[in-house]
Design a protein. Structure first.
Lengths: 97, 118
């Protein structure tokens, strides 16, 4: 399949950068909940959403800068997010009062 | 014909970014850990899958598409499991529910103020 390069079309490149900004805004919202969250599960959920937004951002950066290796970064981030969430849930159940 | 693929990729990525933004706004606005978890896990899974799929369509070469498919599959398998584990841990450690929740079929630990000793 023949796909036009994103870099050859200025408006498409602009749209992609706006999408990167939208992802950054959602990361800011998740970071606010991470700082504010009253309980530990709140913070873990915020961290999870932060990493998922980072996965999306890595995939988008791979497209914008034509670096397909960055998709590997997305896979790795998803793996790390799952392992850390499971570990934190296990830690919470183990250390209940 | 090539422009069609570019537009498709942009639309997919745009929808995905919108879903991730909605998930984070819901994370800020919802009153309860459980509601926040429900918003964040489902909407952000679909959003990230759409963005990764859009990037794969936009890149358009074979290995990148395969790796993006692996990433999407992995996200769709692991995110519900992680959310379930986290919700169970929150309910068992006695994180309070919102006042609008009717806790009918929840474990005893979640209804009481002080969780019993295991």
């Amino acid at each position: 399949m023949i796909v036009l390069a994103l870099q050859d079309i200025p408006w498409a490149l602009g749209v992609a950068h706006v999408l990167l900004g939208v992802l950054g805004l959602s990361m800011v919202c998740a970071a606010l909940r991470l700082l504010r969250g009253p309980s530990l599960p709140d913070r873990v959920v915020a961290l999870d959403l932060l990493v998922v937004a980072a996965v999306a951002m890595a995939a988008l950066l791979a497209w914008v800068y034509r670096q397909p290796a960055l998709i590997d970064l997305a896979v790795l981030l998803a793996l790390t997010a799952f392992i850390s969430t499971v570990a934190l849930a296990w830690f919470m159940e183990r250390s209940r009062p | 014909m090539a422009a069609v693929w570019l537009i498709t990729a942009l639309v997919l990525a745009g929808l995905g970014c919108l879903l991730v933004l909605l998930a984070s706004v819901g994370l800020l606005r919802m009153p309860d850990v459980y509601m926040r978890m429900q918003v964040a896990s489902k909407a952000s899974t679909l959003g990230a899958a759409l963005v990764v799929g859009g990037a794969a369509v936009g890149l358009g070469d074979g290995p990148a598409v395969v790796r993006a498919a692996v990433a999407v599959l992995f996200l769709c398998v692991t995110m519900p499991v992680a959310a379930h584990l986290l919700g169970r841990a929150a309910a068992r450690t006695g994180v309070p529910f919102s006042r609008e929740t009717q806790p009918l079929e929840l474990p005893e630990e979640a209804r009481r103020d002080t969780p019993p000793t295991a």
